[in-house]
Design a protein around this ligand. Structure first.
Ligand SMILES: Cc1ncc(COP(=O)(O)O)c(C=O)c1O
Length: 411
């Protein structure tokens, strides 16, 4: 008889984990208040609730300005455009991230240049980033992946030495701090997603943080069809409508009230997880960098050794964990798996070079490929919101899947 739930055995945690997003009557009331007062949209930009949320969230992360918009993809496109980055420019992006990061570079007209990731954090490898700099490079986009942050000491040092802008993709990093400085408050811009699964959500939405008033103005203008935002009302940009409506902003304000308690709970339970997981054969932990001074994470990443799992890779192990009642996901494919070639770019003078550099057959990112295609297991945030018992069940599920892994790969 099979033991693993995926093969018909009894699951370790049939009751699952707490639902996400957390909501109660406060959310209902907040939305009802917007409906009643009749100001539903994001125009004139910013709406009062959008402005209030942006200011509060920026202060929480430690940035001077916040600009709220429709999602955490256009935030990065707007950041690059506000910096004047576009046709013919190159932007350094880690090879292990969501498609949104390189998409933003392309949407601005720039070429994303991929760099492999550091095996101890799965975030951009600063050595590789520096080696990829050319006279056309204008920015680095570190992505704070899973429960880690990119090495912001090295990223900022390289950026300053080569006069590059830094746009942080903080879609996983609401609440994180590096040496007591908030994620998103290091470079020229920090981008956050408020999409349904993210730690601070209204179903959709994005925040762009920055310290520079003029850059903030340009971002406001770019998301508001180019309307001028300077005091004299003279400076138009060429923008689209990426405004966020007030219904979403109202939900974000309530979510922000709950955020810090949720963050602290996850961090405490993840510390217990790290203690208990240390003995599971074939499971490697990626301890959070010691320079992370306030820990927060969207998903907690462990690496499995497929040999210790009877040859099963991360995708199959995640399916087995899901069947045991533990939310798990194999994460992003490396960028060499994506069809990145955009026909529009072939009309550029640099077309041949663009096509060559976006050809997946020419890309090689051993660390990102191993993690993305075989080893990475991202545990859902709610695994860490169910107390010590929730953590112990996740440990038991992981240990059980490893012990019984032969059931996964048997013909
Ligand atoms: C790393 C990363 N960057 C960017 C995004 C884009 O955010 P959104 O879905 O809000 O556009 C996401 C998630 O969706 C993400 O995980």
């Amino acid at each position: 008889m099979a033991e693993l739930a995926i093969r018909g055995g009894a699951p370790v945690r049939p009751q699952g984990y707490p639902e996400w997003p957390v909501h109660d009557e406060r959310d209902v009331e907040a939305v009802a208040a917007v409906v009643r007062d009749g100001r539903w949209g994001g125009f004139p930009e910013p709406g009062p609730r959008a402005a209030e949320f942006a200011a509060r969230f920026a202060a929480y992360q430690g940035a001077a300005h916040g600009v709220v918009m429709s999602n955490g993809t256009v935030t990065m496109e707007v950041a690059l455009k506000a910096l004047g980055i576009g046709w013919g420019d190159e932007v350094l992006v880690p090879a292990l991230t969501f498609a949104a990061t390189p998409y933003a570079a392309m949407a601005a007209g720039a070429l994303p240049v991929f760099c492999d990731v550091d095996p101890s954090t799965l975030t951009i490898d600063p050595e590789q980033a520096e080696a990829a700099i050319t006279p056309r490079t204008r920015a680095i986009m570190p992505v704070h992946l899973g429960h880690q942050m990119a090495d912001m000491d090295r990223v900022m040092e390289i950026a300053r030495r080569h006069s590059l802008a830094v746009v942080e993709d903080c879609a996983h990093a609401h609440g994180q701090r590096w040496r007591d400085r908030g994620a998103g408050a290091f470079g020229e811009f920090g981008s956050f997603s408020h999409q349904s699964h993210k730690l601070l959500t209204a179903g959709e939405g994005g925040s762009l943080l920055c310290d520079d008033e003029e850059l903030a103005r340009r971002a406001h203008s770019l998301i508001d069809c180019g309307r001028p935002k300077d005091p004299e009302g003279r400076h138009y940009t060429f923008g689209a409508n990426y405004r966020l409506g007030e219904l979403h902003a109202a939900l974000l304000l309530v979510a922000l009230e709950r955020f810090e308690a949720q963050r602290a709970e996850r961090a405490a339970n993840a510390a217990l997880f790290q203690k208990l997981a240390a003995g599971i054969p074939g499971v490697r932990l990626l301890p959070p960098d010691e320079r992370i001074t306030r820990w927060s994470f969207y998903r907690y990443v462990v690496l499995i050794d497929p040999e210790a799992f009877a040859g099963a890779g991360n995708a199959l192990v995640c399916q087995a964990l899901e069947a045991e009642g533990v939310g798990a996901w194999e994460g992003y494919e490396p960028m060499s798996r994506y069809d990145l070639f955009q026909p529009g770019l072939s009309r550029l003078p640099v077309a041949v070079e663009h096509a060559r550099r976006l050809d997946p057959a020419r890309m090689s990112f051993p660390v990102a490929e191993r993690a993305g295609l075989r080893e990475a297991v991202y545990l859902d945030e709610n695994v860490f919101r169910a107390g010590a018992a929730g953590v112990e069940d996740a440990i038991e599920a992981l240990a059980k899947v490893q012990r019984q892994a032969a059931e996964l790969t048997a013909a």
